[in-house]
Write a protein that binds this ligand. Structure first.
Ligand code: SF4
Ligand code: SF4
Ligand code: FES
Length: 357
């Protein structure tokens, strides 16, 4: 047997609206979306609400419940005191279409603006390979159900409509981070794009987006903060700064990231962390470490100067002065003999055992 509880639901459209009161029966195990359906069934058949899965997976039923951005289908009524009034309002950051349904076009525009995955040059579709550890690193961000609760809660746009043009929001920062750590993504400007075009500088890491994410994605800790740190590394690292001074602009940016990484074994726009996938990025993609490779000096430009990036490259050493050795060494190769007990150090060394026989 259920109990009657008091609900307040915002009703209206883009022209305006108001909160309306409803007393509705609540049964054990129900969620807020059940109550909205009961209001539709018994008192307000024209109450508009968006939903699809009722399982926390489609991201449609986003709303504000007692001022907190939440999924209606994942908010249990047992969360509230029996006497508590539950107030349900539409997402505040986006324009209302009707009642609890908002126009989330902003998010789709930002999604379109975000550069998509750039396939690596010279690798045919079907030949892409990643290590499981690289898959797992970005898996957290791929759990996003696009509920836009994080977008709604971010103060940068929640109270500042004027910021929307320049700010993509936390949902798209995790997209940028995911692509930045993707070992096959050929673009090396994900961080700069996030900073310069997605407005990551507006974010002051309040972590509100992380708090409301129903998928428990650590948006701030695992995406935004590492990206911000790497933007700083990229721009203020003294070696990179020196590289920018010495290298010509076309040397820094003209080559696609993947090609340049393959050619030099070093990418100035490093990914969030070095990839562990073999043969894909950075050193793993380029310079082979084998004795078959002849020793070489760093290349020198026409003006006689060496690229500063060469300082960071893992060059092979020159040839061994003892000649090439095969390992393990052949038996009998070693000629060392222990000195005989009590022998004077000045006495001539005993002949190696192999020569005595
Ligand atoms: S951490 Fe940044 S993106 Fe997330 S809500 Fe705060 S300001 Fe917005
Ligand atoms: S990151 Fe979380 S809160 Fe933001 S849209 Fe994705 S699932 Fe929703
Ligand atoms: S109805 Fe799909 S997430 Fe709530």
């Amino acid at each position: 047997m259920g109990t009657k509880r008091h609900f307040r639901v915002w009703r209206g459209d883009e022209a305006g609206g108001e909160i309306q009161d409803y007393d509705v029966e609540v049964n054990d195990g129900e969620v807020v979306l059940d109550i909205i359906h009961r209001i539709q069934a018994t008192q307000a058949p024209d109450l508009a609400c968006r939903w699809n899965c009722k399982a926390g997976k489609c991201g449609s039923c986003s709303m504000e419940i007692n001022g907190m951005p939440r999924l209606g289908c994942m908010t249990r009524m047992s969360t509230f005191e029996e006497t508590e009034t539950v107030t349900i309002t539409p997402l505040r950051t986006f324009p209302v279409i009707r009642d609890l349904v908002t126009d989330v076009t902003f998010n789709y525009q930002k999604a379109r603006e975000t550069p998509s995955f750039a396939p690596p040059a010279g690798v045919a579709p079907g030949q892409y390979r990643m290590k499981q550890i690289d898959v797992e690193r970005s898996q957290e961000f791929r759990k996003c159900i696009e509920c836009f609760l994080c977008q709604n809660t971010c103060h940068v746009v929640r109270d500042h409509e004027e910021n929307k043009k320049a700010f993509s929001g936390p949902r798209y920062f995790i997209r940028a981070a995911e692509l930045d750590m993707h070992p096959l993504d050929a673009r090396d400007d994900r961080k700069d794009y996030a900073q310069d075009s997605q407005g990551m500088g507006y974010c002051n890491i309040t972590k509100c987006c992380t708090e409301v994410c129903p998928e428990h994605i650590k948006i701030t800790d695992n995406a935004i903060i590492p990206m911000k740190e790497r933007v700083v590394d990229n721009r203020f690292d003294p070696l990179v700064w020196l590289g920018r001074k010495i290298l010509r602009r076309d040397q820094l940016s003209d080559q696609p990231a993947h090609a340049s990484a393959q050619a030099t074994g070093y990418s100035t726009g490093q990914s969030m962390a070095p990839s562990t996938s073999t043969g894909v990025t950075g050193v793993a993609a380029g310079t082979p470490f084998s004795s078959a490779r002849p020793p070489e000096a760093p290349p020198v430009r026409d003006d006689g100067r060496m690229d500063v990036a060469e300082l960071a490259l893992p060059h092979q050493g020159g040839p061994s002065p003892f000649g090439d050795q095969e390992f393990p060494l052949a038996p009998g190769h070693l000629v060392y003999n222990h000195p005989a007990p009590g022998k004077d150090e000045d006495e001539p060394e005993a002949e190696p055992e192999e020569k005595r026989h």
